[in-house]
Design a binder for this molecule. Structure first.
Ligand code: NCD
Length: 349
């Protein structure tokens, strides 16, 4: 590390003050969210705002001393009721890079094991004047419930099979870096669609950006309600319009983007698959199958991945893969969200 790195002002992006640089980037910011629970209520413009700011945050991360303490005095509590490596570390790092106070609570070492309810846990953390509570929970809807019992902004870091909005935003950012515009791009998600919160939030986010989303997996992992014309009248707009294809070779043909998804064994009832061997034979994303996609296709995976089951090891680390970029971009996107939430709270107080 060069001495000159220490001499650069801590809160600068490429020579400008962070507030100055973000100020320019945030001139046209469209943001009206107290919480980030899913992307179903995000417009194209709002997603664009997050992505533009994430680009500025990525510049901070790429500095040798990745620190821009613009969130001093902001308290963020990570409340994780399910295992996590990258999402949890990513939020922690995002907060720390921006100078926030970051506290992480794991359900198995908290008073939850003494029988405390979710609502009491949230009220307790809220009483510590948390500004943001980042929450992962095995029950779909848990962060929505939490948001009703706290003045803090709740960010959903994954709830059951329901939603994972920050994953979808980091995926959009990664794709926009590579492809520019997502309009009319064919994005194929392959795997355990039924139990995947990544797939659900991805459907909302990619569709909002104008992409054509194709869901692919065995029929037992593709519930019928995903097709608009199979939904009851009142549920027509419950999910965006997507295509479904059970044959992976047909689905991947001419794809711009292929995203492999992990089998969510922790959420599956028994009997959905004859065997893992059978699943990987029929649905593993392999180099042979990817040869049918566009030659410059992008291969994504949210992690954690099981190589040899849903994705081949060679393609996972190949030149079309963005798996590592997704992880770095995740920090930048979460920094952008924390900043947007802090700005809104500051304006309103
Ligand atoms: C995903 C999750 O937890 O939903 N992982 C992640 O957050 N990067 C996907 C998964 O667990 O398979």
């Amino acid at each position: 590390m060069a001495i000159s790195d220490f001499e650069r002002p801590l809160d600068s992006v490429a020579g400008q003050s962070v507030e100055g640089a973000l100020g320019a980037a945030s001139q046209d910011v469209v943001w009206n969210h107290d919480h980030v629970l899913d992307l179903d209520d995000f417009s194209y413009e709002e997603i664009e705002s997050v992505i533009t700011l994430a680009g500025k945050m990525r510049e901070v991360l790429d500095r040798r001393i990745a620190r821009a303490p613009i969130l001093r005095g902001f308290t963020m509590i990570n409340l994780f009721f399910e295992p996590s490596t990258r999402t949890r570390a990513s939020f922690e790092l995002a907060g720390k890079v921006l100078g926030a106070d970051v506290i992480s609570v794991s359900a198995n070492t908290s008073s939850v094991v003494k029988g405390e309810s979710l609502i009491d846990t949230v009220k307790t953390l809220s009483a510590m004047t948390a500004d943001a509570i980042v929450m992962r929970h095995g029950m779909s809807g848990a962060p929505y419930l939490a948001s009703k019992y706290t003045r803090a902004s709740v960010i959903n870091a994954g709830d059951g099979s329901h939603a994972h909005p920050t994953q979808a935003l980091l995926d959009i950012y990664t794709l926009k870096q590579r492809l520019g515009d997502l309009k009319d791009k064919k994005i194929v998600m392959v795997g355990d669609i039924s139990h995947s919160r990544v797939a659900r939030s991805g459907m909302w986010g990619f569709s909002a950006m104008g992409a054509n989303v194709v869901l692919c997996g065995p029929p037992t992992l593709l519930p019928s309600g995903f097709l608009v014309n199979e939904r009851p009248e009142h549920a027509r707009s419950a999910l965006p319009d997507v295509d479904i294809e059970t044959n992976i070779d047909v689905a991947i043909k001419d794809a711009d983007v292929v995203m492999a998804l992990r089998l969510q064994k922790e959420r599956q009832q028994g009997g959905l698959l004859p065997s893992l061997h059978e699943y990987s034979r029929l649905y593993q994303v392999t180099s042979e199958r990817l040869s049918k996609a566009k030659s410059n296709h992008i291969l994504m995976h949210p992690g954690p991945k099981n190589e040899g089951i849903e994705i081949g090891g060679d393609v996972a680390s190949g030149s079309n893969s963005t798996i590592e970029e997704q992880v770095t971009n995740g920090v930048a996107v979460r920094m952008a969200l924390l900043y947007l939430i802090a700005q809104k709270n500051q304006r309103e107080n």
